[in-house]
Design a binder for this molecule. Structure first.
Ligand code: AMP
Length: 144
């Protein structure tokens, strides 16, 4: 299974972004309003300058308290983004996410961000693929 197949199977298209210079409170509103776990920091909506996850915010909240909510996202985001492309294999993405301990990956095509997949998207897609394989094998064994 490839990343492009997972992207197609997602209910929502596009990526939630905030612009560099936005406050952490603004980013938290985007997370909360859309019930998502991370937001990409992007000047154009197509570039990916960094990513800010609920974990980054909670970590700073725990360390410094609510004062961190008025910080700029630029100071809290992860800049060394790991991205993938449409032709990457789901299993490889799962391994990278597990080893790197992150759950979100922007998808880049020809230099532009075209989507974002989560570890949940990959697991869901793999489970449905396994279930189809199981049915096909059962069908072969039973002679259907
Ligand atoms: P997550 O598990 O995705 O909520 O994020 C855990 C940590 O990894 C946070 O510090 C994020 O900023 C960071 N992170 C999330 N996604 C990525 C990614 N694709 N590349 C690099 N770091 C990431």
């Amino acid at each position: 299974m490839l990343v492009q197949q997972i992207l197609k199977s997602k209910a929502t298209e596009g990526v939630f972004t905030v612009k560099p210079g936005s406050s952490v409170a603004d980013a938290a509103s985007v997370l909360s309003n859309n019930r998502i776990g991370s937001v990409v920091i992007s000047a154009t909506g197509k570039s990916a300058e960094g990513i800010l996850s609920e974990r980054d915010i909670v970590r700073e909240l725990g360390k410094r308290g609510p004062a961190c909510m008025s910080d700029k996202v630029d100071d809290m985001m992860t800049r060394n983004l790991v991205t993938c492309s449409c032709g990457d294999k789901a299993d490889d993405i799962l391994e990278q996410m597990t080893e790197g301990r992150f759950r979100h990956m922007p998808v880049i095509k020809e230099g532009e961000m075209v989507g974002l997949i989560t570890i949940g998207d990959v697991v869901k897609a793999r489970l449905s693929e396994l279930s189809m394989e199981k049915e096909a094998l059962e069908g072969m064994i039973m002679g259907h």
